[in-house]
Design a protein around this ligand. Structure first.
Ligand SMILES: [Zn+2]
Length: 256
C-alpha cells in the first residue's frame, strides 16, 4: 500500500458545504435534464391519449358495423324487389288467364276448370311472393333501425373523441410550455459551464442517467457503489473548487 498522501487539513468539510451553496452549473443542467425527461415521459404516457385512442377505435368498429348493415340492407332490398317483380309477373299472367276465362272463347267445362285451377295456383303463388316481399321490407326496416342506433353511438363517440382531442392538446401544450422554458433555462445555465465538460456530461448521461454528475463528498467519494479509495478521495480533495473530475472507480463526473 502506498503511503496515504497528506491530506490538506486546511480544507475543511465546510468548503464542500459552501460549494453546494452555489450549485455547480453542471448539477443544475443535470437537474433540468432529469426534469425534462420526466416531462417527456409524462407527455408520452398521458392518460387522456389512451382514452382518445379507445374512442377512435370504437368509432372505427361502429363504422365497420354500419358498413356491414348497409350491405345487408342492400341485399334485403334487392331480394324484396325481385320478389315484387316475380309477383307482378305472375299477377299479370293470372290476369290474362282471368280475361280468357270470361272471354267466352273457352267453352268446354273441363278446360274452364283447368284454367280456373291454374289461375288459383298463380294467385296463391303471387300471394306467397308478396308475403315474402313484405317480410323482406320489414327486415330492411329492422336493419335501418339498427343502423340508426349505431349512428347515434358513432356520433357520441365522435363527440367524445373531439373533447378528448382538445383535452390532449391542452395537456401537451402545457407540457410543451414547461419543456420550452426548461430548455431556455438549460441553455442559459449550460453557457456557464465549459462546453467540453457539458458535452462529456451529455455523453456519460446515457450511462449514468440522473446521477451522472455528483458533488464530491469526502466521506463517500462520488456516491457510486464502489467505495472510492482514500488516495482518490485525497486527490480530488486537493483539486480546486469548481473543477470537474472523473471518478476513477465508476467514471461519473465528480464536482469539486
Ligand atoms: Zn464513482
Amino acid at each position: 500500500m502506498p503511503e496515504a498522501p497528506s491530506l490538506d487539513d486546511d480544507t475543511p468539510d465546510d468548503d464542500n458545504d459552501e460549494s453546494t451553496g452555489s450549485v455547480h452549473p453542471l448539477l443544475q443542467v443535470q437537474e433540468i435534464d432529469t426534469e425534462t425527461e420526466q416531462l417527456q415521459h409524462r407527455r408520452a404516457t398521458l392518460e387522456v391519449r389512451g382514452r382518445l385512442v379507445a374512442a377512435r377505435s370504437e368509432r372505427v368498429e361502429l363504422q365497420q358495423q354500419l358498413d356491414t348493415l348497409g350491405l345487408q340492407r342492400i341485399e334485403v332490398l334487392t331480394r324484396q324487389k325481385r320478389l315484387e317483380d316475380e309477383a307482378a309477373i305472375i299477377q299479370a299472367k293470372a290476369d290474362v288467364d282471368d280475361n280468357r276465362l270470361y272471354s267466352g272463347e273457352i267453352t268446354a267445362i273441363r278446360d274452364l276448370q283447368a284454367l280456373q285451377d291454374e289461375i288459383a295456383g298463380l294467385r296463391s303463388r303471387q300471394g306467397v311472393l308478396e308475403e315474402r316481399a313484405i317480410e323482406a321490407l320489414m327486415e330492411a326496416e329492422e336493419l335501418s333501425e339498427k343502423a340508426e342506433a349505431l349512428e347515434a353511438q358513432r356520433a357520441a363517440s365522435d363527440e367524445r373523441a373531439t373533447v378528448l382531442e382538445a383535452e390532449l392538446a391542452a395537456a401537451e401544450a402545457d407540457i410543451d410550455g414547461q419543456l420550452a422554458s426548461l430548455s431556455a433555462t438549460r441553455t442559459e445555465i449550460a453557457a456557464g459551464a465549459e462546453a467540453p465538460t457539458v458535452a462529456k456530461y451529455e455523453q456519460l448521461r446515457q450511462t449514468f442517467g440522473p446521477s451522472t454528475a455528483v458533488p464530491f463528498d469526502p466521506s463517500s467519494g462520488c456516491g457510486c457503489p464502489h467505495q472510492m479509495p482514500a488516495v482518490e478521495v485525497a486527490r480530488i480533495k486537493r483539486c480546486a473548487d469548481g473543477e470537474v473530475l472523473d471518478c476513477a472507480e465508476c467514471g461519473r463526473l465528480v464536482l469539486r
